[in-house]
Design a protein around this ligand. Structure first.
Ligand code: GDP
Length: 442
C-alpha cells in the first residue's frame, strides 16, 4: 500500500516526540529534520518539502502550547494541518453544469497512465449521481483504445460514441456533442490519445480540441507509480493546455506516494480522485484530510465509515442493535455480520484503515480463511440450530463438524465464544437499562 514506508517513519519520529514532557527548539528541529528525510524518500518534490518544513517549524517553535495537548501532540497536529493544506484543504468535485445542460470533460494523459480505465470509472460515478454520460473515443491512433473504451463503457452501462480512426479528434468531439444534445446525454467525456512521452503533436491535438470545442473540465490522469515524473507531467500539461484537476491512478500499488503530496502544491490544481485498483469501481474521491491522516498513521476512519455506510443495510443494523440489547442475537445474525465485513473488503482492508494499525499490518498475516471456516460451520447448521443455538447437543455438533469438514473442537470453540458474547451482551444491556448500576458502576 502506498505510503507505508513514509507512515512508518513519521510514526517513529512522533513516538519519540510524544514521550517528552517539554520540547526544546532543538528537539523540534531534530524531529523535523527526520520528517524532511522521510518526505524526500517518499519522493515528495524537493521544493514542496522545503516549504512544508519551513511552515511547520515556524508554527511549532514559539507556538503557545494548548493546554489540552502535550508539545509532542502539538507538533503532530501542526504537521497534520500543514499536510492537509498541502493537498488543498477541501475536496474538489468535478464541476458539472446543472440539469440537462451539457458538461464537456476532456480526459488527457500519457499512455499507460490509466486514462481509458479512469474515463470509464468516472462515467460510472456520474451515472450513479443521476447524470447521463456519453463516452467518446478520440484516440484514433490505437484501435485497441477504442475497443477498450467500448468494452469498459458496456461494463458500466454507459454509451460510447465512436467514429473509428478516420476523423480528426476535434471533429469527433464536435460530432459527439451534437449527438449528446440530440439524444439527451448531459455529460460528454472525451477519451483523448496519449503518448509514451510528452510530445508536441499530442499537445497540439489537445490544444486544437480545447480551442475549437467548449471544454468545461480538462482532467489529467497521472500514474502515482511514476513519482516525481507524475508531478512534472502535471506541471507541463497545466502550462501547455491548462488543466482543472488531476486524477492520480495506481495508488493501490507499492508506490512511495510522493505525487499525492506534491501535485497540488506544484501545479495549484487539485487532485479530484485517486485510482485504487484495476476494477471499474476502484476510484475514490480525494479527501486531503483523510489522506493526511492515512499518511500520518492515524488511519482512515472516515473512509471506513463511508464504506460502512455505503455497504451496511441500515434497517438490518437497527434490528441487530435491538437484538443485541435483548441478547437475542443468534447465528443467523452472526452470519449476516460476517457478510457485511466481506462486503466492506474483508478484515485486512478494514484493519488497515484503523488508526495505528495500517503500517504494522503488512507484516501480519491475517487469516481471512479463519472467517470462512467459521462461516462453513454456521452453514452446516440447520435453520433451527442457527436461531436456537441452545439445542446444540454433542451429536448435532458432530454432524456439523463433519459437514463443515472441521474437527468437533472447532465447533465447540465457536459455540463457546458465541455463548460468552451473548452473556456479555446480556450483562451490558442490563447495565444500560440501569439494573447493573450497583455492580457495574456505570
Ligand atoms: P491509458 O493508456 O492511459 O488509457 O491506460 P489504461 O486505461 O489502458 O490503463 C493502463 C493499465 O493500468 C491497465 O492495465 C489498467 O488496468 C491499469 N490501471 C489503471 N488504473 C489503475 C489503478 O488505479 N490501479 C491499478 N493497480 N491499475 C490501474
Amino acid at each position: 500500500m502506498a505510503f507505508d514506508n513514509l507512515s512508518e517513519k513519521l510514526q517513529n519520529v512522533f513516538k519519540n516526540l510524544r514521550g517528552k514532557g517539554r520540547l526544546s527548539e532543538a528537539d523540534v528541529k531534530a524531529a523535523l529534520k527526520e520528517v524532511k528525510m522521510a518526505l524526500l524518500e517518499a519522493d515528495v518534490n524537493f521544493k514542496v518539502v522545503k516549504n512544508f518544513i519551513k511552515s511547520v517549524e515556524e508554527r511549532a517553535i514559539g507556538q503557545d502550547v494548548m493546554s489540552s495537548l502535550t508539545p509532542g501532540q502539538m507538533v503532530i497536529k501542526i504537521v497534520n494541518e500543514e499536510m492537509v493544506k498541502l493537498m488543498g484543504d477541501q475536496t474538489t468535485e468535478i464541476a458539472l453544469k446543472s440539469g440537462n445542460e451539457i458538461t464537456v470533460i476532456m480526459m488527457c494523459g500519457l499512455q499507460g497512465a490509466g486514462k481509458t480505465t479512469t474515463t470509464a470509472k468516472i462515467a460510472g460515478k456520474l451515472k450513479s449521481k443521476g447524470k447521463k454520460p456519453l463516452l467518446v473515443a478520440c484516440d484514433i491512433y490505437r484501435p485497441a483504445a477504442i475497443k477498450q473504451l467500448q468494452v469498459n463503457g458496456e461494463k458500466q452501462g454507459v454509451n460510447v460514441f465512436s467514429m473509428g480512426d478516420g476523423h480528426k479528434p476535434v471533429n469527433i468531439a464536435k460530432a459527439a456533442i451534437e449527438h449528446a444534445a440530440k439524444n439527451g446525454f448531459n455529460v460528454v467525456i472525451l477519451d483523448t490519445a496519449g503518448r509514451l512521452h510528452i510530445d508536441e503533436e499530442m499537445m497540439e491535438e489537445l490544444i486544437e480540441i480545447k480551442t475549437n470545442v467548449e471544454i468545461h473540465q480538462a482532467i489529467l490522469v497521472v500514474d502515482a507509480m511514476t513519482g516525481q515524473d507524475a508531478v512534472n507531467v502535471s506541471e507541463m500539461f497545466n502550462e501547455k493546455i491548462g488543466i482543472d484537476g488531476v486524477i492520480l491512478t495506481k495508488l493501490d500499488g507499492d508506490t512511495r506516494g510522493g505525487a499525492a503530496l506534491s501535485i497540488r502544491a506544484v501545479t495549484g490544481r487539485p487532485i479530484l480522485y485517486v485510482g485504487m485498483g484495476e476494477k471499474l469501481s476502484d476510484l475514490e474521491q480525494f479527501y486531503p484530510d483523510r489522506m493526511a491522516s492515512r499518511i500520518l498513521g492515524m488511519g482512515d476512519i472516515l473512509t471506513l465509515i463511508d464504506k460502512a455506510q455505503a455497504e451496511i443495510d441500515e434497517d438490518k443494523a437497527k434490528e441487530l442493535e435491538k437484538k443485541m440489547r435483548k441478547a437475542e442475537f443468534d447465528f443467523n445474525d452472526f452470519l449476516d455480520q460476517m457478510q457485511q465485513i466481506k462486503k466492506m473488503g474483508g478484515l485486512t482492508d478494514i484493519l488497515s484503515m484503523m488508526p495505528g494499525v495500517g503500517s504494522q499490518l503488512k507484516n501480519v498475516d491475517i487469516d481471512e480463511n479463519a472467517m470462512s471456516g467459521v462461516e462453513a460451520i454456521i452453514y452446516s447448521m440447520t435453520k433451527e440450530e442457527r436461531s436456537n443455538p441452545n439445542i446444540l447437543n454433542p451429536s448435532r455438533k458432530k454432524r456439523i463438524a463433519a459437514g463443515a469438514g472441521v474437527d468437533i473442537s472447532e465447533v465447540n470453540k465457536l459455540v463457546k465464544q458465541f455463548e460468552n458474547s451473548r452473556k456479555m451482551m446480556k450483562q451490558m444491556s442490563g447495565m444500560m437499562s440501569g439494573k447493573g448500576k450497583k455492580r457495574g458502576g456505570f
